[in-house]
Design a protein around this ligand. Structure first.
Ligand code: NI
Length: 391
């Protein structure tokens, strides 16, 4: 039946592309995806596949029970967009000012809906049960995965798979790592509460820029001197705001940044070391501060056996000529939560437009739409491969 389903997906190419383009033109931000959610609901309604709407927010879960015995496997696609003004001059350009599908989630949704349509005709031959997880709010922590899991979407599910169309990965390739694949992504905010004053009378002030600069430098020593060099992590300060004029000493500085880790012990050490450094520097300068650390998504940890299965069997997907085991990436994904609950794996489906190098979250981000067929088929291949896994 596999070949028949692959062929059915090919026959749906135009429809899948049209879905992607429609969603691309009508993007919605995380936690506001009401119309997208309704679009998905309407699609399942037309297919006659039973579904549940508004699951843990705007989530949609559809269930297709095959005519043959087998395991229950969830396939996930996210559907939120980003606060970015699109700069692509394409017929399917976003019609919403300042909002854009700049991460390919429109394509994820189209691929999964296409797969659902291809499968519904072959329901009797299908082993096991497919659970289609359409998830909102991936881009913005606390995210959409956690509330959907809390709403019970993984009950009775044996394994879960998902893919991300990836613009840095060549078309025709599937990339993933066994074990740690994507990083845990945290955020921090720091306010230094010094004392402003005249630029020529510094001894009567507590210069927030000087104090902030010390902290920025000291924070770099966490990775170089406090964390095991064989462990991987990032501490980045992305924002440092202070000062009004050239001859005024700044009384306040606001800093924020991100921490990326693959290991909760490392994450914990970094949090502790940050607090110590900030406290220490501020004591030395007799200054108050406010430090807030927000834990974001945990790392995406692919299960060894399931990741291995995709690396071995992904090549059976028409259009895929290579699967590659890659180094983990420091980007984050709330797919992590599903993998904390069930075996499974997350992988990148190559979607690079040849000669084009705009990364995810860029105003000129785009994908090679042929990758949508690959994503759809690769998810189904993962589904069938897992059915065949014994033990
Ligand atoms: Ni994304």
């Amino acid at each position: 039946m596999k070949e028949t389903v692959f062929q059915a997906i090919d026959e749906l190419y135009d429809e899948i592309i049209n879905i992607r383009r429609y969603l691309h033109q009508h993007p919605e931000l995380s936690f506001q995806e009401k119309k997208t959610s309704q679009y998905i609901v309407d699609y399942y309604e037309r297919l006659g596949i039973p579904y549940q709407a508004n699951v843990g927010g705007y989530g949609v879960v559809a269930t297709l029970k095959g005519g043959r015995p087998g395991k229950t496997i969830a396939l996930r696609a996210d559907f939120d967009a980003l606060p970015i003004q699109e700069e692509n001059d394409v017929p399917y350009q976003s019609t919403v000012p300042g909002v854009m599908h700049a991460c390919g989630h429109d394509g994820h949704t189209a691929s999964l809906l296409g797969l659902a349509k291809a499968l519904v005709k072959h329901q009797n031959d299908l082993p096991g049960t497919v659970v289609f997880l359409h998830q909102p709010a991936e881009e913005f922590a606390p995210g959409g995965a956690k509330p959907m899991i809390e709403a019970g979407v993984l009950e009775g599910v044996d394994a879960v798979f998902g893919t991300h169309l990836w613009a840095d990965t060549p078309l025709g390739e599937l990339h993933l790592a066994k074990g740690p694949f994507m990083a845990g992504a945290d955020r921090f905010e720091l306010v230094i509460k010094g004392k402003g004053g005249h630029g020529a009378i510094p001894h009567q002030t507590k210069d927030a820029i000087v104090i902030g600069a010390q902290i920025v430098n000291q924070l770099q020593t966490i990775l170089s001197r406090r964390i095991d060099p064989l462990k991987t992590a990032v501490v980045s300060i992305g924002k440092f705001e202070a000062g009004q004029a050239f001859n005024i000493i700044a009384g306040t500085a606001k800093l924020s940044g991100t921490v990326r880790t693959f290991d909760s012990n490392v994450q914990h050490s970094i949090m502790e070391e940050m607090e110590k450094i900030i406290k220490g520097v501020c004591i030395a300068f007799d200054t108050d501060y406010e430090f807030q650390y927000f834990k974001g998504y945990p790392p995406v940890l692919n299960h060894e056996r399931e990741a291995d299965m995709i690396l071995k069997n992904g090549i059976q997907v028409p259009g895929i000529n290579r699967t590659v085991e890659i180094e983990p990436t420091m980007t984050g994904e709330d797919f992590a939560y599903y993998l904390m609950e069930r075996p499974g794996a997350f992988f990148f489906t190559g979607a690079q437009i040849e000669g084009r190098h705009y990364p995810h979250h860029h105003p000129k981000f785009d994908i090679d739409e042929r990758a949508l067929l690959h994503a759809s088929k690769a998810l189904f291949q993962a589904y069938l491969s897992y059915q065949a896994l014994t033990e």
